[in-house]
Write a protein that binds this ligand. Structure first.
Ligand code: AMP
Ligand code: MG
Length: 348
């Protein structure tokens, strides 16, 4: 398949160019597009064959449901039924933005989109290209992240090209994604909001609107086989780079010492070693590739997936990642980092 490349400046959207991509969506094609979280791989959510194409292009298991993206708040009611008032409150507070709500689905919403569930995940992206593309296409757009299943989500067009060139109809390059981690998924079908996946809208943000909101117990722990996960996506090993990642958690000076030791041991073992540090002193680590996450959780989030891909590009075999547990956006970073590390964590 020949993949058409389109470049669009998000600050000055060329509508005629974007219309070409919207037309491809309308005709049942697959289009990758930037959002504020990560790049999405979109198809017309009302076209079952198009949606099936997403699962094929990504190699995604068919029971892992997709998020339906819409442009306007009122469109929630076209896709969901029994929308509780607390869901409307969250949507009013955080949409458009990195918030996905799980609601009971309208009967016409295909079980291919929902992975056989009677609920549907809905999001209104804030990115101007994503929103305008959905408007121009005139349909709800089913879109998971635009990576091959099991790889870190793409936060730049070049990541999408690496994974999807030749597999989909069109890639829109709209620059890097600002949040860098996937949306916060909140189950709104129970008594109180339950965060199934942490993201750019934090637990603290949500509690400001609905104080009873809570994090699902699976978010910061490995999935125990005894208890079924509440989101199908939780049971899959996500965000796995080729390298074996170990998280080293604690105060900076202690973590730095520990990571230096671990690097030396791995080097002595003949391994190609990568390190993620919060800030500075990159040259002081005996490693092959040292990348900076930044001091703030938001910059850690924005750089994480790109850094994991960079290690793969450089043939890095083991990675040590500095981390310190934090509230807010730190919860989302921890969730993705632990998954990338398959829960290998050293506390110092
Ligand atoms: P992705 O689009 O690749 O970022 O993944 C979407 C995430 O939303 C996955 O973890 C899904 O399991 C989750 N999700 C989508 N629809 C539902 C739903 N109806 N109920 C629970 N989780 C969902
Ligand atoms: Mg994904």
């Amino acid at each position: 398949m020949n993949t058409q490349m389109i470049k669009i400046n998000p600050e000055e959207i060329d509508k005629n160019t974007l219309k070409e991509a919207a037309k491809i969506l309308g005709e049942g094609g697959l289009v990758a597009f930037p959002t504020e979280t990560v790049y999405g791989l979109g198809a017309n959510a009302l076209d079952e064959d198009a949606v099936k194409g997403i699962f094929v292009a990504k190699g995604r298991p068919s029971d892992n449901p997709l998020i339906v993206h819409i442009a306007e708040k009122d469109d929630v009611y076209k896709i969901a039924i029994n929308v509780p008032q607390m869901a409307q409150k969250l949507i009013d507070a955080f949409s458009p933005g990195p918030l996905t709500v799980i609601l009971k689905k309208q009967p016409f919403v295909s079980s291919i989109v929902t992975g056989g569930l009677d609920t549907v995940a809905i999001r209104i992206p804030a990115h101007p290209i994503a929103r305008e593309l959905i408007r121009l296409s005139g349909v709800p757009v089913a879109a998971p992240s635009a990576n091959l299943s099991g790889k870190p989500s793409p936060t730049m067009a070049k990541h999408v090209i690496e994974d999807m060139n030749g597999r989909i109809d069109c890639i829109i390059d709209g620059g890097p994604c600002s949040v860098g981690l996937e949306s916060t998924v909140v189950d709104m079908t129970g008594q109180c909001p339950v965060i199934l996946r942490p993201g750019g809208v934090t637990l603290e943000d949500i509690k400001q609107i609905i104080p009873t909101a809570l994090l699902d117990s699976h978010v910061l722990s490995s999935i125990s086989s005894a208890e079924a996960p509440r989101s199908p996506g939780m049971k899959y090993k996500h965000y796995a780079p080729k390298a074996e990642v170990t998280v080293v958690e604690g105060e900076h000076t202690k973590v730095r010492e520990k990571i230096r030791q671990l690097c030396s041991l791995a080097k002595a073992d003949g391994k190609k070693v990568g390190v993620i540090v919060r800030y500075g002193e990159e040259a002081s680590y005996p490693a092959d590739c040292v990348l900076t996450a930044g001091y703030e959780s938001t910059s850690y989030a924005a750089s994480l997936f790109a850094n994991l891909r960079k290690f793969d590009e450089n043939g890095i075999e083991v990675v040590f990642a500095e981390f310190k547990s934090e509230a807010g956006m730190g919860v989302a970073v921890q969730n993705r980092l632990y998954k990338a590390a398959n829960n290998r964590v050293i506390h110092v």
